[in-house]
Write a protein that binds this ligand. Structure first.
Ligand code: NAD
Length: 416
């Protein structure tokens, strides 16, 4: 990740909120320290016959409330600290929405754009084998994240199943439907963003119909957010972007057509009728709703003053730094934090895991209704706490999450 060290930021949040809540210092130490970390270096045979060593990580932050759960990302610059932060955020996310998981994360340092499909498969299978000593359907359940997808999870599940000698669909989530995936998983994080934005608009007395939206990132999360906000919530999506840059149209874009265009050309940039803008400009547009859905630490003390949106809904994990948070709060901008806004991904992953363990599958309407009910309830609880304590939604969400994990720790006791 670029910018400030996200693990440092993740720990700062825990220290600040833990102290505010009067938690014991030893408990704060437990909460901000990952339980288990595994670094693996493994060789992969490349298509040209050469051997290349890849470095990968799996960090399990907490299993106090249940098995560990969290994504796997393939990015060139990934570090152990990035993975530690992401693992910790997963713990809080699961606690905020009340699902019985702890947090984990993993990743491999590689550039997927420079690997062939067969190289990617060998990287995935070897990485899955390397970390299989700590993952399993009752220990730690990976899922897709940046530059990994349902195919990655299919290879992962197959590798684990081959190693144990029988089919174990519950070892990963985000799989294709045909091998134990859940209906509605791919759009789940984005759908939860839509549900909390709808609730936030009610809280801010902002009419969501026709509200203008800018979305940074047009990958799994960003594209579905843009699509759902436009098609189901009735918003006008005026800007979207990807790693090549952004596009703007004051009359509104049709996300489905932009997606079609990106599929053919590889980027949203150049979409007919749109004006090209930079990723930085997108964040500062005068829109009602801003959804950062690409990278960490993109809203910092340097650009927070210029953010004009009324609501910032964090589709990405960790897009706002603590200094920026303060500035946005003072400006009256409602930031719906990542650990609440994009929690639909892990919620439907939880549904997938439950379905896999029972070998009994639900239909898409059941998935969406259960997800909606969890998200609306979680937003209500966090918003009420924020109002009662006169704090921002992130602080309230952390208070709720830290309280849940600390209480679980107290109930279980410290072993031995
Ligand atoms: P993805 O790989 O599908 O998409 C990432 C998008 O970001 C791509 O459009 C890419 O072009 C864009 N991007 C990359 N560099 C950029 C840059 N410098 N500026 C602007 N855009 C850039 O990843 P994703 O799964 O959509 O994840 C995006 C974010 O959402 C991450 O923070 C991830 O942790 C978080 N998230 C993902 C899930 C999930 O289920 N996939 C769930 C919760 C949270």
């Amino acid at each position: 990740m670029s910018g400030p060290n996200p693990y440092k930021l993740a720990k700062q949040h825990v220290e600040r909120v833990g102290k505010m809540m009067g938690l014991d210092e030893g408990v704060i130490d437990v909460l901000k320290t990952p339980r288990r970390e595994l670094t693996v270096n493994f060789p992969v045979r490349m298509d040209d016959g050469s051997l290349r060593v890849f470095e990968g990580y799996r960090v399990q932050h907490s299993s106090v409330r249940g098995p560990c759960k969290g994504g796997i990302r393939y990015t060139p610059g990934i570090t152990l600290d990035d993975v530690r932060a992401l693992a910790m955020w997963m713990t809080w996310k699961c606690a905020v929405i009340g699902i019985p998981f702890g947090g984990a994360y993993g990743g491999v340092a590689c550039d997927v754009k420079k690997l062939s499909k067969s190289e990617l498969e060998r990287v995935t299978r070897r990485f899955a084998s390397e970390i299989s000593i700590i993952i399993g359907p009752h220990e730690d359940i990976p899922a897709p994240d940046v530059y990994t997808d349902s195919q990655t999870m299919a290879w992962f599940m197959d590798t684990y199943s081959m190693n144990v000698g029988h089919c174990v669909p519950g070892v990963v989530t985000g799989k294709p439907i045909q091998i134990g995936g859940s209906q509605g998983r791919e759009e789940a994080s984005s759908r939860s963003v839509m549900y909390v934005v709808q609730e936030a608009c009610k809280a801010k007395k902002l009419d969501i119909h026709g509200a203008t939206v800018a979305v940074q990132g047009f990958g799994t999360v960003g594209w579905h957010v843009a699509r759902l906000l436009q098609q189901e919530a009735g918003c006008t999506v005026v800007a979207v972007s990807d790693s090549s840059g952004g596009i703007y149209d004051s009359k509104g874009l049709f996300p489905a057509r932009v997606q079609e265009y990106k599929k053919n050309g590889g980027s949203v940039v150049g979409y007919p009728g749109s004006k090209q803008i930079s990723n930085g400009e997108l964040l500062e547009l005068g829109v009602d709703i801003l959804v950062p859905a690409a990278l960490e630490t993109v809203i910092t003390k340097d650009n927070a003053k210029r953010i004009k949106a009324k609501i910032v809904a964090e589709g990405a994990n960790g897009p706002t730094t603590p200094e920026a948070d303060e500035i946005l709060f003072k400006k009256g901008i409602l930031v719906i934090p990542d650990i609440l806004a994009n929690a639909g991904g892990v919620t439907v992953s939880y549904f997938e895991w439950v379905q896999d363990l029972q070998f009994f599958f639900w239909n898409v309407d059941e998935i969406r209704e259960r997800l909606r009910s969890i998200m609306v309830n979680a937003f209500g609880v966090v918003n009420a706490l924020a109002n009662a304590e006169k704090v921002d939604l992130r602080t309230a969400a952390y208070m709720l999450a830290l309280g849940e994990v600390a209480r679980a720790l107290e109930l279980r006791g410290i072993y031995p």
